[in-house]
Design a protein around this ligand. Structure first.
Ligand code: ADP
Ligand code: MG
Ligand code: MG
Length: 875
């Protein structure tokens, strides 16, 4: 028979699959000799059995529980339900991956009408005993019977208001007794049954409830969002209680060994005196900073600091630690790897390497692609911020900037997001029920709660901007408005949040793509030590190229020359070229364009200084460069001194029913060889200028839209001749290459033939997907979501490679190409070049590089390193 219950002494941190994260770490800390209240863990296996047997606790489990309870009673010298010396426990859920606030915990279990008296007598503290009791009734009712918390909180607020008690701790024993009575009445009305008095019955009901909560809606949503499998199940920890609400020398708190927002290597946390666990995280009172504990209880503070660094050194990562002080004695109740912002993640990983606690290889796993994405998120535009209308500020709980329409309920945010709005969720405080609304919002604002409140923790985990505890604002969820003095902000009005400073602004503020810290640069530089796949960027303008180089690309994977043509000052020459009535006229226009293109390439080669630059020859159909509106057509006819009639005739001739499959790419180079010749000439003449100035240069000339070897050879021979003539004339050597974009299925299937003359391949996955799937890349968004929702497609194939179809073609092309040229340089320059799952595929195929947009480069670099280490990011 499998063991279903483990005492803390029997477990270890490596047993989290069985004991859940919380249980495994309680065991580890117990065995490290830390002051952890005694207890035991019911395994996740017991939870799985619970579901297999129709949500019933098995006899085996009941037997083991009986035995462990008895053992705990002996160890503590207290008994369940004892009227002199009652044992009280907490029942704490704990799944394998931490799911903050998702599963439920019950404290003070074991209290009833008799034991509460015993507790009062034993501690000589009646107030404390009844305070614990009323908390227990509320938690038990909530977790086990799903009686809404508000029902109880309303009574609490009433008593406080009536007697002018400012904080919970002001409520005297007499009133707490009344509350207990009222709470029990609520229980009775809501559940049509008496509150269970018998502790063992309370315990079994609680265990069942924790198991059941694994399957509640919000836990399911959280798992889905975080890719946590549904079958894992949760463990349950039963732990003897320690009390932070015993008076002025008691308290409870949460601390991170490093700042979870910035990563700063300094203890960061909060505590509340005379309070019980939940109070800090629930954000009901605004807690004190951990530094203050030093003044209040220096010994406890010193011991706590020692333990925090011991735990960090033991786990080799930033820890999130829960503690309670009971009449001057410190207890540790939980430790886990702390959730953190993307910024903090990177800083902590880099610092830990520098402190020689972890290796660079390990550091690569500590940051996720998602976090790198978050770090590249926009901040507010400096100018915009200067003019912005500051209202007030709260706690900077999670950095980032968010500007959007304010909503007060999770459902409203979800609906607004569907309408395409950018939303801010404003609440008194958030709770796990709000999770879907939080996911759908750009930022979160609460008026209550501290840096470790639910809103703050969840927002940091999701990389969402959050301002918590903004108590100067009155947030009225019912009326759906925020007020601050005379200012009233209604649902749907724009507000802006700066999660880095905690400032709240009226109205909308424009964004700016902004800087990252020093650690970011350091961290990114390490990726190159591991990755096999190089990362290049798709960049056409000097600014984009500069950004790409700043992010550490090894080259430019795709420079689209037509983007240079669309430039305001050039489009006229381009149109002249297209509309020329004779070769002579066309040549004149081309000569002009040649000068312009040379300017571009010289700039490009100067910035890239020897890094390979893949330049794609003209790709789009020519009519894309021509005017569309009547006014524009008239104007162009005038400027070119041609008749409108003639112009319209040419436009008609050039227009196509299906331009995506039309006269474009190398087909242009076949019809108008002079265009590609001009481009080749511009590239090589610029390269000569650069090389002569002492800077290295490595152009790759890419012929687009190739479907057959003959096509390729025709175009290639043509431009190669142009180039060789120039080089001969100048009597100089340039290390250039000519190759092709593989983006037509036929090219994949005949890649061996094409490879004979091509010096490189670059997969254009956008067109290749379009032609392989037959999905228009510009229109398929309209229906691809239906496909995903109905389970027909897993992803949009333009975002994540369609491995089975397009991927198979790519793999065929690689094999065929390499049979002919084993060292053939092969890259990817489509959208999916920056997608993590696709990068893994390309790595496994052994490609040379992926190329993506400049702001995607850091993500691609990290993923390339992670797949090479073959240790993808772990939660
Ligand atoms: P969560 O996973 O939501 O943090 P926990 O199980 O950690 O839930 O418990 C909630 C709160 O109750 C925490 O602040 C924790 O420190 C406190 N707590 C849990 N067990 C005990 C105990 N045995 N004695 C005192 N406080 C406890
Ligand atoms: Mg906890
Ligand atoms: Mg293409």
């Amino acid at each position: 028979m499998e063991k279903l219950v483990y005492r803390f002494q029997e477990g270890s941190k490596d047993m989290s699959i069985l004991l859940g994260g919380k249980g495994a770490n309680l065991a580890e800390m117990t065995n490290l000799g830390l002051p952890v209240p005694s207890g035991f863990t019911i395994t996740t296996e017991a939870c799985r059995q619970f579901y297999q047997t129709g949500k019933k606790l098995s006899d085996d489990l009941l037997k083991e529980l009986e035995k462990e309870i008895a053992a705990l009673e002996v160890q503590m010298g207290k008994n369940f339900g004892d009227v002199k010396n009652p044992l009280l426990v907490s029942v704490r859920s704990g799944s394998v991956f931490s799911m903050p606030g998702m599963m439920d915990t019950i404290l003070n279990l074991g209290l009833n009408n008799k034991t509460v008296v015993a507790l009062a007598e034993a501690t000589q503290n009646e107030r404390f005993a009844y305070d614990s009791y009323r908390r227990f009734i509320q938690m038990f009712s909530d977790v086990v019977m799903h009686v809404p918390r508000e029902k109880f909180e309303k009574k609490l607020e009433q008593i406080k208001a009536k007697n002018n008690y400012k904080i919970d701790a002001d409520i005297p024993a007499s009133d707490l007794k009344k509350l207990v009575q009222q709470y029990k009445e609520i229980y009775q009305t809501e559940t049509q049954s008496d509150f269970p008095e018998e502790p063992k019955q309370q315990l079994l009901l609680a265990v069942e409830a924790v198991f059941s909560s694994w399957d509640n809606a919000r836990a399911k949503v959280y798992r889905q969002l975080n890719d946590i499998p549904d079958h894992l199940g949760t463990a349950v920890n039963i732990q003897s209680m320690v009390f932070g609400n015993m008076g002025d020398t008691s308290g409870t708190g949460v601390a991170f060994t490093r700042n979870p927002s910035t990563g700063e290597a300094k203890l960061f946390g909060e505590f509340l005196m005379n309070a019980q666990g939940e109070d800090v995280v629930a954000g009901i009172r605004t807690p004190e900073s951990i530094d203050k504990l030093r003044n209040i209880m220096p010994h406890v503070y010193d011991e706590f600091v020692k333990i925090t660094s011991l735990l960090e050194n033991h786990y080799l990562d930033m820890q999130d630690i829960e503690f309670t002080v009971e009449t001057g004695k410190l207890f540790i109740l939980q430790t886990r790897n702390g959730k953190r912002t993307a910024q903090a993640s990177i800083k902590i990983a880099v610092d830990l390497v520098e402190e020689k606690l972890i290796t660079k290889k390990q550091a690569m796993r500590r940051v996720s692609a998602k976090q790198i994405e978050q770090i590249l998120h926009p901040t507010f535009d400096v100018q915009g911020l200067k003019q912005a209308n500051l209202i007030t500020s709260g706690l900077p709980a999670s950095p980032g900037a968010a500007s959007g329409k304010v909503y007060f309920h999770a459902d409203d945010v979800v609906a607004a997001k569907k309408r395409g709005e950018t939303c801010i969720l404003a609440r008194l405080e958030t709770s796990p029920e709000d999770i879907e609304g939080m996911v759908s919002s750009a930022g979160i604002l609460t008026s209550r709660g501290g840096m470790t409140s639910h809103a703050a923790v969840v927002a940091r985990g999701m990389g969402l901007c959050c301002i918590a505890g903004c108590s100067t604002l009155t947030i009225d969820e019912k009326k759906k408005e925020i007020s601050y003095g005379d200012i009233v902000i209604k649902e749907g009005d724009y507000i802006s949040l700066d999660g880095g400073t905690g400032k709240v602004y009226l109205g909308e503020i424009p964004y700016d793509h902004n800087s990252m810290g020093d650690s970011f640069k350091e961290f990114m530089s390490w990726t190159d030590e591991f990755s096999k796949l190089e990362v290049r960027a798709n960049a056409d303008t000097p600014k984009d190229v500069q950004t790409a180089i700043h992010f550490g690309v090894t080259g430019i994977g795709l420079c689209r020359t037509e983007h240079m043509f669309f430039n305001e000052n050039r489009i006229f020459a381009v149109r002249q070229m297209i509309l020329a009535e004779s070769i002579d006229e066309r040549q004149k226009a081309l000569d002009q364009l040649l000068l312009m293109q040379k300017e571009d390439f010289i700039q490009l080669f100067t910035i890239t200084a020897g890094k390979p630059v893949n330049i794609r020859l003209l790709d789009p159909p020519l009519h894309e460069f021509l005017p569309k509106t009547e006014d524009e057509i008239n104007k162009l006819a005038e400027d070119l001194s041609i008749s409108t009639f003639y112009l319209k005739q040419r436009l008609h001739e050039l227009s196509e029913v299906n331009p995506m499959l039309g006269h474009r790419g190398c087909r242009l180079g076949i019809t108008y060889p002079e265009i590609y010749n001009m481009q080749a000439k511009a590239i090589i003449e610029s390269a000569i200028v650069i090389q002569k100035s002492g800077i290295e240069v490595a152009p790759e000339i890419m012929i687009p839209f190739i479907g057959s070897q003959k096509e390729y050879n025709y175009v290639k021979d043509n431009i190669a001749k142009t180039i060789e003539d120039i080089l001969q004339q100048e009597n100089i050597q340039i290390g250039y290459q000519i190759g092709t974009m593989i983006e037509i299925p036929r090219a994949c299937l005949t890649a061996d033939e094409i490879a004979k003359e091509a010096e490189f391949f670059s997969f254009g996955t956008n067109d290749l997907t379009q032609m392989t799937y037959g999905f228009s890349r510009d229109d398929s968004e309209k229906f691809s979501w239906d496909y995903i929702e109905k389970g027909i497609m897993k992803n949009d194939p333009f975002q994540t490679l369609d491995f089975d179809g397009v991927g198979e073609l790519i793999s065929i092309a690689c094999k065929k190409g390499r049979v002919v040229k084993p060292a053939l340089k092969i890259g990817v320059c489509g959208e999916v070049g920056g997608d993590p799952a696709s990068i893994r595929f390309f790595h496994e195929l052994g490609l040379s590089y992926v190329s993506c947009s400049p702001y995607r480069v850091p993500v691609a670099k990290l993923v390339a390193a992670q797949v090479a280490i073959d240790e993808p990011f772990k939660k």
